[in-house]
Design a protein around this ligand. Structure first.
Ligand code: ADP
Ligand code: ZN
Length: 752
């Protein structure tokens, strides 16, 4: 054995090594080996979150294995630092879910961790505390003291004044806010034992336990009952099955969830309930609270602060929470005795991350249900082709489709398709109908998925659309700010650039109606009606949005004009008319999912009409909807559409029949992205199996964004995991220029 004055050069028998997946956004789920110092032996285990040295800094990582051997040269191996602030440990199912996701969505464990778990959860596990203040002396003594210090120490006196009004205690934050005081006078009062600052475990007020008026379970109809019986049986049996609840809007899907949740809670099991955009659907939360007033319910979404999340995370670890209602990132939270996972509006694209790591939470939830042996409900009025196909093709009993064909209350709205008028925004019949509806005291929703006043500008001479100077995107006129905007890079300019072809702007015309213009048109046509507009310009934060939605719900407005923000799952009982101003613009984006997205959006919008006692009507303005599609729409037959759509997808080996990967290469330097895309595609053509298809690299649909040139390669393949592995191996053979980026979006939804 070779020895040196530093000791043995080979790994000694007592050495232990940790394989650590690190936080740096490595694309290949790479694991680096580190030596474990003896001081950490008793504390470290698989799943521990550790600080590791990487080049000249420290990053977070997760220990994925511990072993006595390593392939790394012992002279080069780095040691984990002795000093680890804390070593939070991921549960086995969390780690397994993460490892599976890395293999299926081409990302590193560390990058998943940083996108799914807030920093404070990853770094420390101390009990989250909240500071409170209480009196230490009698009110009488405090009054006397106030008199003595009023003139000399007004800040202390103000604090004591406030404390006299408090029944027992107050949070430190409230005290400081209400008195406008700094911490210093409070500290003095604490030292002088007039008051006491103390700490209590924080259980975020905003996130749990409200008292609500209880709502009683409904009497289920036959279809609801069949679904509930089957799913509840699976909860009892701890069976990891998938249930697609395919029910028209208002058919009582939520009622089915509530029954299944009751079953899980009765067995002392927990519930994970995911919704696409929790900020948009406060009613869901209210309904759950009203049905389960004694359950501990927490919300988990991006609107919470890191500290709030930390507090909830602690409570989850201590199994103090029964139900989590959450957005996408809730899929990774710890919940041991999971009884059921519910994915509401499972077709919604917000379950798929649009930035790295490009995960699809619907797939993760299925894996999690499998890891924790519990049923999963995927619910929608317009299921994704993926879920429909998966549940329909399955021969075993672990996947099942449950149909809810009728509305639980009221009936589905009547639908009428009309031609788009040449000049005006609306056909006269629609305006007359909206007026009658308003005069009858009912509400209407008008939908247009385009913001701004004029949607774009075009040169009359050469028909060229005027684009943002930095992006391959047309610019939009916003009347409120009197400027042309790019919706991608936020470029703004009151003056329109010249037409790139004719080099002048004398012939440029403003075209296309956006929501701003629509609002003006409605106000002109129906001056007495109270209008509300909801789009990203008029609702820049969640509070305004909530406020507007609740104004509309409580009938403080008659007409709601909005983009897709208005069509997600809202329940407005007084709405009896919906109007889709320009259905054709929804179909204009040319990728293979356009019709599916269009049908989903249309059904969801129509679903807002007639949810109360009055029947509803939906107007659709379109020049391209053909007879076949019209008849599907009129009969509310999404199932027929889906069958036809699946046949077409099968012919072209599109998802759900094959997996589709969008590989996007981008660079500021013209030519660089193209060159790298060509190199990569040629390696892929040689290494992927013969049943995979690799497209020739081509400029992306949005060929330039933020001044970066973008090239795309599309890959279709039968197998996901093995393809991801081959894609990563091929990438490892190349050197990516530092000014170039590459994204592998697995099961991509956005192909632009
Ligand atoms: P979905 O989730 O499918 O849109 P909901 O569960 O919100 O449907 O139900 C729509 C409305 O019908 C709600 O007001 C709900 O309380 C009511 N509802 C649901 N199921 C029943 C039932 N079995 N009997 C009576 N009303 C019901
Ligand atoms: Zn731009």
């Amino acid at each position: 054995m070779q020895t040196s004055f530093l000791g043995s050069e080979s790994a000694s028998k007592t050495d232990l090594f940790a394989g650590v997946s690190i936080e740096a956004p490595l694309r290949r789920g790479q694991v680096l080996d580190y030596k474990i110092p003896p001081a950490l032996f008793p504390r470290i285990e698989t799943g521990s979150i550790v600080q590791v040295p990487l080049r000249n800094r420290f990053v977070l990582g997760v220990v994925t294995c511990i072993s006595k051997d390593t392939n790394v040269d012992p002279k080069k191996i780095k040691s984990l630092p002795d000093e680890q602030p804390s070593l939070p440990v991921l549960k086995k199912y969390q780690l397994d879910l993460l490892l599976w996701t890395c293999k299926n969505f081409a990302c590193s464990l560390g990058s998943l961790l940083s996108s799914l778990l807030p920093k404070q959860v990853r770094e420390e596990q101390k009990e989250a505390l909240s500071s409170c203040v209480r009196r230490l002396q009698s009110k009488e003594k405090i009054r006397m003291h106030i008199l003595a210090i009023r003139n000399k120490k007004p800040a202390q006196a103000a604090i004591l004044d406030y404390m006299l009004k408090v029944r027992s205690q107050v949070t430190l934050q409230e005290l400081l806010e209400k008195t406008g005081s700094s911490r210093l006078p409070l500290k003095t009062l604490d030292q002088e034992k007039w008051l006491e600052i103390f700490h209590v475990p924080k259980f975020s007020e905003r996130s749990c336990n409200y008292s609500y008026i209880t709502s009683n379970p409904k009497k289920l109809n036959q279809e609801q009952k069949a679904a509930v019986d089957k799913i509840c049986a699976e909860i009892v049996e701890n069976s990891s099955s998938t249930h697609l609840l395919f029910g028209v809007t208002g058919s009582g899907k939520t009622e089915v969830f509530l029954f299944c949740m009751a079953q899980a809670l009765a067995l002392n099991k927990k519930v994970l309930y995911l919704v696409p955009e929790i900020a948009l659907t406060p009613q869901t939360t209210d309904r759950v609270r009203a049905r389960f007033p004694d359950a501990k319910i927490a919300l988990w979404h991006s609107g919470l602060t890191a500290r709030e999340k930390q507090a909830i995370y602690q409570n989850l670890l201590q199994e103090k929470i029964d139900i989590v209602i959450g957005a996408r990132s809730a899929i990774l939270i710890p919940m041991d005795a999971l009884g059921i996972i519910i994915i509401d509006e499972e077709h919604d694209s917000s379950y798929k991350s649009q930035s790295f790591p490009y995960i699809h939470v619907r797939d993760l939830s299925q894996k999690r249900a499998e890891l924790q042996s519990c049923p999963l409900i995927l619910a929608s009025a317009t299921p994704s082709m993926e879920s429909l196909y998966q549940c329909a093709k399955s021969k075993n009993s672990s996947t099942k489709i449950h149909l809810l064909r009728a509305r639980a209350q009221g009936s589905l709205p009547e639908i009428e398709v009309v031609e788009k008028p040449q000049k005006n925004v609306f056909s006269p019949r629609i305006i007359n109908d909206l007026r009658d509806n308003f005069l009858a005291g009912n509400q209407s929703i008008i939908f247009l998925n385009r913001r701004g006043f004029f949607h774009f500008a075009r040169c009359k001479l050469c028909k060229t659309t005027i684009k943002c100077p930095h992006c391959d995107i047309s610019v939009t006129w916003h009347q409120s700010e009197r400027a042309w905007h790019c919706h991608i890079c936020h470029y703004q300019n009151p003056i329109l650039p010249n037409c790139p072809k004719c080099a002048q702007n004398a012939f440029i015309t403003k075209c296309g109606c956006g929501t701003e213009q629509l609002e003006l048109a409605i106000r002109k046509a129906l001056p007495q009606a109270r209008c509300l507009r909801i789009d990203r310009d008029s609702c820049t934060n969640a509070r305004t949005l909530h406020q507007k939605l609740s104004e509309f719900r409580t009938a403080k407005a008659d007409i709601l004009i909005g983009t897709q923000m208005v069509c997600k799952g809202h329940h407005f009982p007084l709405v009896t008319r919906c109007c889709i101003v320009d259905a054709d613009s929804e179909l204009a984006f040319g990728d293979f999912r356009a019709t599916e997205n269009f049908m989903q959006q249309l059904t969801q919008i129509s679903g807002r009409a007639g949810r109360g006692f009055e029947n509803g009507k939906v107007w659709i303005q379109s020049d391209v909807i053909d007879k076949e599609m019209e008849s599907i729409l009129l009969r509310h037959d999404y199932g027929v559409f889906a069958k036809k759509e699946l046949t077409e997808r099968k012919n072209y080996f599109y998802p759900p029949f094959g997996h589709l990967v969008h590989c996007l290469v981008a660079s500021k330097r013209p030519g660089e992205a193209e060159e790298f895309a060509n190199q990569y595609a040629s390696i892929l053509a040689k290494t992927l199996p013969s049943d995979a298809m690799v497209s020739d690299p081509a400029p992306s649909v949005r060929a330039r964004l933020h001044d970066r040139y973008r090239w795309s390669i599309l890959i279709k393949a039968a197998q996901r995991e093995s393809t991801v592995s081959l894609l990563e191996q091929a990438l490892a053979k190349l050197t990516l220029p530092s000014s170039c980026t590459i994204n592998l979006d697995i099961d991509a939804l956005d192909l632009s």
